[in-house]
Design a protein around this ligand. Structure first.
Ligand code: C2E
Ligand code: MG
Ligand code: MG
Ligand code: MG
Length: 278
């Protein structure tokens, strides 16, 4: 009886697992097919200087429409695209979209950088830095106008090849920011050696200011950035109080729903012109 029961439990467990795997595979297949049919979108979220309150950049964010105006969260499909390797192709497409967006800004005389998220499998492809550089050349976008965002997991992975790629990107003039900073396991001594441009303070250290969080970690990251000669940008700023605290800390830039949500290209162009136009 007992054996029978544990067998039942096992059956239940495997079918649950199988279901999950089938669901994942189905989603990956759908993602691949929608990508090939050009159904993916790139939206952009503006980034602002805390000194001037001007738009200084925007972050490219993937959007996967699932019909009737709804979207599947990147939090769900980006990890699937990573594990299936599909992120390499999709990521290249996002970079090309970002280059075209940067050109649209430039044509209107708007000086706005575009930041692009890069996953570990992309960063590890051979000649990654060269691929990025030749993409920028293809679209005639200055290397200073595209920034790459990598997470701490990229930086901690096979550190010597990562350093080579980062060095090469720097030689080309392409800046690299560490995304979600403070949530991974960056070794602080490596941080000092890596050619980086910005630390993006994770939303986790912003969202509870001032209620249950004094902002001590955010402040620590800002001063770490200052000491290392890196700019700091806070993610997920939703309230005026948070903005003011970050200003007091000397944080350079912010991104968050308070000032602008991610938006499609058309909306972004109107937003940017209203903000920066005379
Ligand atoms: P991320 O790079 O850290 O992007 C910031 C995320 O925070 C975005 O979520 C953005 O919509 C959200 N956010 C911004 N301001 C606020 C705020 O004030 N409050 C709240 N609650 N959220 C805010 P999103 O667009 O859902 O993207 C999630 C993650 O998916 C990104 O995190 C990034 O890791 C990944 N991702 C998105 N697009 C790409 C891409 O093109 N390539 C790769 N490799 N990853 C991507
Ligand atoms: Mg990012
Ligand atoms: Mg982030
Ligand atoms: Mg993230």
């Amino acid at each position: 009886n007992q054996a029978k029961q544990s067998h039942k439990v096992f059956d239940w467990y495997t079918s649950d697992l199988e279901e999950k795997m089938a669901w994942r595979l189905g989603l990956i297949r759908q993602l691949r097919s929608d990508f090939e049919q050009s159904k993916l979108e790139v939206w952009y979220q503006p980034q602002f200087s805390l000194k001037t309150q001007q738009i200084i950049g925007c972050e490219a964010l993937l959007r996967w429409p699932s019909g009737n105006g709804r979207y599947i969260s990147p939090g769900i499909f980006v990890p699937l695209a990573e594990s299936s390797g599909l992120i390499v192709e999709i990521g290249q497409w996002v970079l090309e979209q970002a280059c075209q967006q940067q050109k649209r800004f430039a044509q209107l005389g708007l000086d706005i950088c575009v930041a692009v998220n890069v996953s570990v499998p992309q960063f590890k492809t051979p000649d990654y830095a060269k691929t990025v550089m030749s993409t920028l050349e293809k679209y005639q976008v200055p290397s200073s106008k595209i920034e790459l965002e990598v997470t701490e997991s990229v930086v901690m992975d096979e550190i010597s090849s990562v350093i080579n790629t980062l060095d090469e990107l720097k030689r080309y003039g392409i800046e690299v920011a560490i995304d979600d900073f403070g949530t991974g396991f960056s070794s602080l001594s490596y941080l000092q050696k890596l050619p980086l441009s910005r630390l993006k303070i994770d939303r986790a250290f912003i969202k509870d200011i001032p209620e249950s969080d004094t902002g001590a970690i955010a402040e620590l990251i800002v001063s770490l950035g200052k000491n290392l000669g890196l700019k700091t940008i806070a993610e997920g700023v939703e309230t005026q109080v948070q903005l003011e605290r970050l200003q007091q800390m000397g944080c350079d830039e912010i991104q968050g729903f308070l000032l602008a949500k991610p938006m499609p290209v058309d909306e972004l162009m109107v937003f940017a012109q209203n903000k920066l136009g005379s």
